[in-house]
Write a protein that binds this ligand. Structure first.
Ligand code: F6R
Length: 359
């Protein structure tokens, strides 16, 4: 039940720190080492390439997973849209393994890919929030995202659970394969920092509501920019705003602005810039200045160690690949408050269903 919350979406946003802690207790042992089924790790370790097949928000989590599996487990990994992959299959490597990333476990576009790759004899794993679902049953292996039931149509806690489980699984695979980056990584510690950092952001709801009103109250469009994982979060923050507030929102790789998108910037166009990676912070900041010079209203969301006086929201520091666990929280809350301000049914946006069982 919703309890004191006006909408399930807000309840589910606030549950995210507890989900992080639940995943730690479920998938991390007493020595802070991530633990998964040995047969699953063996299957993953014998793959020469991983494909993460997903849709919508889960695809955005898959993009983060792509970097996590490459860097922590040393295996080439490609996130793919299920609706495209089913019909335009890329040239596969010799020994691929397929990971289906799906909150509901019922998405038809994903099932269509699963049926085909199983028929071709490839190993399959489903990461899902519904462990009794079709995709969990039909894959060779299944791992529970353990986020608890997600009722609001807009996915929130399933996204952060997906990123966290991908990180734990990539680290476990890297340790199994003795990849040096995995031995050094302390994903368990990072996830407990993430839980605290998420709580700090959830506690700033009044501020985020004011920022949402100032930025999005009247706008018809909005842009989210970043580089690397900040770009992946931009895509997800834009999707959240689109689906529940009906604002035309787009996420862009910040460096791509000058290749076309900047033409869309007008007086008062809202732009949210995510700045959490020391390698690219200066470049994203100059992109933010470029749009500001053309009249954009810019909200800068930055990591603590990179903070500048013009930044209006600060998130805690985390290893670069895990910052989406924090930066998406303001993305979710900005969308929530915009929908609320506009008087929409936050949990049941028009034209959308919770699980999409048609192709
Ligand atoms: C967006 C959203 C959708 C789903 C997509 C995939 O908030 O919920 O984009 O992420 O339909 O659904 P699952 O993860 O159930 O396969």
């Amino acid at each position: 039940e919703k309890g004191p919350f006006p909408y399930y979406m807000l309840k589910e946003i606030t549950e995210q720190p507890a989900v992080m802690r639940r995943l730690l207790s479920r998938y991390v042992d007493a020595d802070a080492k991530p633990q998964f089924d040995a047969a699953l790790l063996k299957a993953l370790a014998s793959a020469d390439r991983l494909y993460i097949v997903a849709a919508g928000t889960s695809y955005h989590a898959g993009l983060v997973g792509q970097s996590l599996f490459e860097q922590l487990a040393g295996v080439p990994t490609q996130a793919a849209l299920a609706s495209e992959f089913g019909y335009h299959m890329p040239l596969l490597s010799a020994k691929p393994m397929f990971i289906f990333l799906t909150q509901s476990g019922e998405t038809a576009d994903i099932r269509q890919v699963l049926v085909n790759v199983k028929a071709a004899g490839y190993p399959t794993l489903t990461l899902t929030n519904v462990i009794t679902s079709t995709l969990a049953r039909e894959a060779d292996y299944a791992v529970d995202l353990a986020a608890g039931p997600e009722i609001a149509v807009a996915s929130t806690k399933a996204y952060t659970a997906q990123v966290a489980v991908e990180a734990l699984l990539a680290a476990a695979l890297g340790q199994f394969k003795q990849v040096p980056a995995a031995a050094k990584s302390d994903v368990a510690h990072a996830l407990s920092l993430a839980a605290a950092g998420q709580q700090a952001l959830i506690d700033q709801q009044a501020k985020l509501h004011a920022l949402a009103t100032a930025l999005f109250a009247k706008t018809r469009n909005a842009f989210f920019i970043g580089r690397g994982t900040d770009y992946f979060v931009s895509l997800e923050a834009a999707l959240k705003l689109k689906e529940i507030s009906y604002v035309q929102a787009e996420g862009f790789a910040a460096g791509e602005l000058k290749h076309g998108t900047i033409a869309l910037i007008e007086q008062d166009t809202p732009v949210v810039a995510f700045i959490t990676d020391p390698k690219t912070a200066a470049r994203t900041r100059s992109n933010a200045e470029e749009v500001e010079a053309r009249g954009a209203k810019v909200l800068r969301i930055a990591a603590a160690s990179l903070a500048q006086p013009e930044d209006q929201l600060i998130v805690d520091d985390l290893p670069a690949l895990l910052t989406p666990l924090l930066t998406i929280i303001p993305g979710q809350l900005l969308a929530y408050f915009t929908s609320l301000d506009r008087g929409y049914d936050v949990d049941r946006p028009r034209n959308l269903a919770k699980s999409v069982t048609v192709e």
